[in-house]
Write a protein that binds this ligand. Sequence first.
Ligand code: ADE
Ligand code: ZN
Ligand code: ZN
Length: 256
Amino acid sequence: MKKSLLLFVLFPVVAFSNSFWGKTGHRVTGEIAQNYLSGKAKRALNDLLDGHSLAFVSTFADDIKADRAYSKYSPWHYVNYPLGMSYRDSEKSEYGDIITAIEECITKVKDKNNGREDRIFHLKMLIHLVGDLHQPMHASRAEDKGGNDIQVQWFGEGSNLHRVWDKNLIESYGMTYTELASELKVVSRKKRKEIQAGTIYDWVDESHEICGDLYKSVEMGEKLGYRYSYDYNELLFQQLQKGGLRLAKILNEVFG
Ligand code: ADE
Ligand code: ZN
Ligand code: ZN
């Protein structure tokens, strides 16, 4: 096949099948976490990540989706269970989900008997997945694939509820990840402790509950724009901040 034709055929697949808390969201989460690491965690991360920042490696788990060899990790990015139910009470997927994945990553990274490469792989996955855990549509319901099947318009262009939360909303603020992180890392000690309380089981149910509210706030085919962006600005920022502070908590515990 001619290269130009191949591009023509592949472009829509590549452009529209991406389904992730966009790169900006992950980098903001990583950059906020970077500010709340213990000395011990900083040293261990510096060694395992060869001096790279959390923001830099935070998109790795999405980048590998382009390689079929990693397809078994696709279900690691999300979990679906019925709205109104808790994760603990839900039926678990045999392929794993974001919670079992985070647990596996923590176990693999903690175990120093594990090979260095394996620990690095699972560390990069962990940094990414704690971000995804705070994108409400990644703790969602199966019927519409976490909002991917809820078509909406975003400033006149075709999108869907999942994509609005992965990237449309965050992009609409026009801020870089460093600008967002430098605003959102500012938090009182008291508030940080409140946010860091609990476990991934609490946090997934929190995202899941928010997700339920988001479903109620849109209708199929709705035209979203300035008003939606304004209404959900605070919630989006809150989720990014929580993701960052909780990632720091997990990493401090892993390397503590
Ligand atoms: N595919 C099916 N459900 C999904 C979800 N909640 N998030 C991302 N991709 C999905
Ligand atoms: Zn997504
Ligand atoms: Zn992801």
